[in-house]
Write a protein that binds this ligand. Structure first.
Ligand SMILES: Nc1nc2c(ncn2[C@@H]2O[C@H](COP(=O)(O)OP(=O)(O)OP(=O)(O)O)[C@@H](O)[C@H]2O)c(=O)[nH]1
Ligand SMILES: [Mg+2]
Length: 175
């Protein structure tokens, strides 16, 4: 196997309401760029990134789902066979956080109870959600919480790396 052939392939899915910044986070992470006018994602878009992690090459197949309600029937199909997910919410819109169970239900019903990181995006802007609200909701659902800004490129790589770390440790538990 050449150095560039992946040893492992993981499907990662990005979930969350329309406009929370899923596409912006993926653009940052995969292409190291940001276009302010990406537009709403229609259906879902697939991206691929290879990363080296603990001296092993991992291929991340990243599904960026369109958050609009009209795509809700497709969600479960897109979530099938995922290894892990990022649930993204926008700290300037409370409802994007309150809709968490709608997203988790769709995810878990098709992929099983896979690891999820809750990503509080747009930390370059003022928040309307209290840290108590976030803590309460996420602790009850046993989700890790990370804060990102796709615009300022804060923590974006770390979010995907942390997810890889979880995937790898879950895999080793099963072996
Ligand atoms: N200030 C700020 N704006 C952001 C950030 N991330 C994304 N945005 C902006 O939020 C808007 C929506 O971002 P998208 O990445 O298209 O959101 P999405 O979640 O992919 O939306 P759908 O494809 O409709 O589900 C865009 O105008 C982005 O530039 C951020 O971290 N900070
Ligand atoms: Mg999008």
């Amino acid at each position: 196997m050449s150095n560039n052939d992946p040893d492992f392939v993981h499907k990662i899915v990005l979930l969350g309401d329309s406009g929370v910044g899923k596409t912006s986070l993926v653009q940052r992470y995969v292409y190291d760029s940001l276009s302010p006018d990406v537009g709403r994602t229609i259906g879902a878009v697939l991206h691929v990134k290879k990363i080296e992690f603990n001296d092993v090459v991992h291929k991340q197949v990243i599904w960026d789902l369109g958050g609009q309600e009209s795509f809700s029937e497709l969600r479960e199909q897109y979530c099938a066979n995922s290894s892990a997910a990022l649930f993204v919410f926008d700290r300037t819109r409370l409802e994007t956080f309150q809709n968490i169970d709608e997203w988790l239900t769709a995810l878990y019903s098709s992929a099983g109870k896979i690891p999820v990181i809750a990503v509080e995006n747009k930390i370059d802007l003022e928040s309307v959600i209290t840290s108590e609200q976030i803590k309460g909701m996420l602790e009850a659902r046993e989700l890790i919480h990370l804060q990102t800004s796709a615009v300022e490129n804060t923590n974006v790589d770390s979010a995907f790396r942390e997810l890889m770390q979880i995937i790898v440790s879950e895999r080793s538990k099963k072996e």
